[in-house]
Design a protein around this ligand. Structure first.
Ligand code: C5P
Length: 476
């Protein structure tokens, strides 16, 4: 079988290929494959048209190559190893992740290579380790942009004070920092440094900035330091602690990516319907259940869009989050996010909005009580469920009720035209609104299934498992 090395192409061709690849958001290899595939397809027309169309419509999949450690279903971690004595623990971390079926690629900073070798990291990872931003061969083959994108999670361990400062400042003068600046993937750092450095105001500032930027942190732990006579907080978290911190981002390691290649749309949180510029109609929804569903679907490998109203929650890792205020905005965002294979409507959308919100703050006047006129909001779930074209294969609603739970849920299932309703009791005594636990009943055309009281994360995982089974053909 002939092989093609992009590095050996002439410069003009390479330049054009690089430009095309960048425009299409692909690596140069993937772009070359796409060109070859379409050229071959133009000449060879033996495949039935339906099959060809289905493949063309399918979302682009990264094509594996020798350096890409991931098959479709495999979780991929890019491990950035900073320069600290704790780097030796990162070698064990590679093993622990690999044992759990995770594909690992490593980037070592120059300082890391003073403590461990790229050979050791590469040997344990089973694929070469990357060290240089300006290494022509590796930039053409893989490159920092591809390293930044071809991972489900980036772990920085050890994250030294210097590396944290670079991340917080947006520097990109070496491979590690350039990858971290170029990535849109979740990032988890495991800081490790001398306790004084950890407590320094500059490190505190950098840490606060990183957390505000959505970076997750594990450790550091307190204890003896490598330097004789030094103790305090600054030891890197142990490899198994880091593995435990990785799990929420990738789903239970070793678990299956049951929704890989599927698009899932989730709504979450309340909506705020303005009365005037400072007042609004709202409800007590926290968004915890909807956000947990988005996170669980992303962990199962789905491409998730979360449309959420105003909540005090971090964006779920791995989901594209679109923030809205009102029901009308939520409907617009949902319509734009379609098509999807599955849509889960967990938002507590306000049933009514004020017919004429005023542009300036209503003034209190003695003896005059303002009267609000209300109009009904669009029913987003019903709108999507009743679509004649582009309806998701599975449309799931929630019924938050304070009485006659199942009866109301059944009625909603029929009226709104959805496939499933998750009914939950939201009376004050249930503690569901704003709480972390939920007791739900899955209401379908086939009947009612009552799930035990459990955490909202567990409800989310159970729902994702049911969705995956239904998409795979199990009875609904
Ligand atoms: O508020 P209601 O009990 O009717 O909500 C039932 C379901 O309908 C929920 O899944 C909710 O997200 C959805 N819904 C909606 N748009 C509305 C009202 C409710 O999508 N305007």
């Amino acid at each position: 079988m002939a092989s093609l090395t992009i590095r050996k192409l002439d410069d003009a061709l390479k330049k054009r290929l690089r430009l095309r690849a960048a425009q299409n958001g692909r690596s140069m290899e993937d772009e070359a494959r796409t060109i070859l595939r379409s050229a071959a397809g133009a000449g060879v027309n033996a495949e039935p048209a339906g099959k060809r169309r289905a493949r063309r419509d399918a979302p682009a999949q990264p094509t594996p190559d020798a350096d890409a450690p991931a098959a479709d279903q495999t979780r991929r971690v890019l491990l950035i190893i900073g320069g600290g004595i704790a780097a030796y623990k990162s070698l064990d971390l590679i093993r622990r992740l690999k044992e759990r079926g995770t594909a690992v690629r490593c980037v070592l900073t120059a300082a890391a290579q003073e403590f461990i070798t790229s050979l050791a990291a590469g040997a344990l990872a089973g694929t070469r380790a990357f060290t240089d931003l300006f290494d022509t061969a590796s930039e053409l083959d893989v490159g920092h942009i591809r390293l930044a994108r071809e991972a489900d999670l980036i772990v920085v361990a050890p994250a030294t004070a210097d590396l944290m400062a670079k991340m917080a400042g947006g520097h990109a003068d070496d491979l590690a920092s350039a990858v971290l600046l170029a990535t849109d993937r979740p990032v988890l750092i495991a800081p490790a440094m001398n306790p004084r450095m950890w407590e320094h105001a500059a490190t505190r500032r950098n840490l606060a900035q990183l957390v505000a930027d959505g970076v997750a942190v594990v450790g550091p732990n307190a204890g003896e330091m490598a330097e004789a006579g030094e103790a305090g907080t600054g030891r890197m978290a142990e490899p198994l602690e880091i593995v435990a911190a990785v799990e929420p981002y990738l789903g239970a390691l070793g678990g299956e990516r049951t929704l890989a290649g599927k698009r899932v749309l989730v709504t979450s949180g309340p909506t705020h319907e303005p009365i005037d510029p400072v007042r609004y109609i709202a409800n007590r929804s926290s968004g915890k259940q909807g956000h947990a569903i988005a996170a669980a679907a992303a962990a199962a490998g789905a491409e998730v869009t979360l449309v959420c109203g105003p909540v005090n929650l971090p964006d779920p890792i791995g989901a594209k989050t679109i923030k809205v205020e009102t029901a009308a905005e939520m409907l617009t965002a949902v319509s734009k996010a379609l098509p999807a294979d599955v849509a889960v409507f967990a938002a507590a959308v306000a049933d009514w909005r004020v017919d004429k919100p005023v542009a300036s703050k209503l003034k209190k006047q003695d003896g005059v009580t303002p009267r609000l006129g209300l109009v009904e909001n669009p029913d987003i779930l019903a709108t999507v469920a009743h679509r004649t074209s582009g309806r998701p294969r599975l449309v799931i609603g929630f019924a938050a009720e304070t009485d006659h739970l199942i009866e109301h849920a059944r009625e909603k299932l029929a009226r709104k035209g959805c496939d499933w309703i998750l009914a939950n009791d939201v009376s004050a005594e249930s503690g569901v609104m704003g709480g972390d636990r939920n007791t739900v009943h899955l209401v379908t055309e086939r009947g009612v299934e009552s799930w035990p009281p459990q955490g909202k994360d567990e409800v989310a995982r159970a729902l994702v498992a049911r969705i995956a089974a239904a998409l795979a053909g199990a009875p609904r």
